[in-house]
Design a protein around this ligand. Structure first.
Ligand code: SAH
Length: 207
């Protein structure tokens, strides 16, 4: 039943809106998104909107996950940093498409729950840190790719610093509504381009 729903989601929500990267499409069609959604609302897993995952947080809309992943242009050998592990769904998608994923989550209970789920699904290349994403994860830097799935009001300098030369960051920036930005570091300079308007939960300061 979920396989059928996932195929329809892929066609109607993701391909129709223009996501073309074959590797991304294949992985979205494969990863069991419903396992990252709370049991009570599992039947809604493949609907065209974000869903609550507890602690006032959400798993992003499928299309946004696909779009942000496509914007990273992953080829398979990358070391990726994610800020905002949440349910762990985006981390699973990244793990399928890159070499290693380092994901930082500020809510400890979510970090532990996602870590457990990802392990149980057999992902051995995802590492989760319970901590403040404004600081990135310096120990494993620099990263080929950085994806931020909560919204800061400005691009955190630590994340720019931890991006490799030639690397790429996808990040929603703003308060109530945000612009999805693509940041490319090349020749020691940072180039920023705007993509679509999006709505993410705020990137909070450490409490
Ligand atoms: N990528 C997630 C969606 C995450 S929702 C998924 O696939 O399900 C955004 C997440 O960012 C929430 O879990 C929230 O707790 C986390 N977050 C907010 N501020 C943060 C910060 N400063 N550092 C790390 N994580 C943060």
């Amino acid at each position: 039943m979920y396989t059928v729903k996932r195929d329809i989601m892929l066609r109607e929500q993701i391909e129709k809106r223009g996501v073309r990267d074959e590797r991304v499409l294949k992985v979205i069609g494969k990863v069991p998104r419903h396992l990252f959604v709370p049991e009570e609302i599992r039947d809604k897993s493949y609907e065209d909107y974000p869903l609550p995952i507890g602690e006032n947080q959400t798993i992003s809309q499928p299309y946004i996950v696909a779009l942000m992943t496509e914007l990273l242009s992953l080829k398979g050998g990358e070391k990726v940093l994610e800020i905002g592990t949440g349910s762990g769904y985006q981390a699973a998608i990244l793990a399928e498409l890159s070499r290693e994923v380092y994901s930082v989550e500020i809510i400890d209970s979510l970090a532990r729950k996602s870590e457990k789920l990802l392990r149980s699904l057999g992902y051995k290349n995802v590492f989760i840190l319970s901590g403040d994403g404004y600081l990135g994860w310096r120990e494993h830097s620099p990263y080929d790719s950085i994806i931020v799935t909560c919204a800061p009001e400005a691009i955190p300098q630590d994340l720019i610093d931890q991006l490799k030369e030639g690397g790429r960051m996808v990040i929603p920036v703003g308060s109530m509504y945000q612009d999805l930005k693509v940041v490319v570091k090349s020749g020691g300079k940072v180039k920023i381009s705007d993509n679509i308007p999006v709505r993410f939960v705020p990137m909070v300061r450490d409490r």
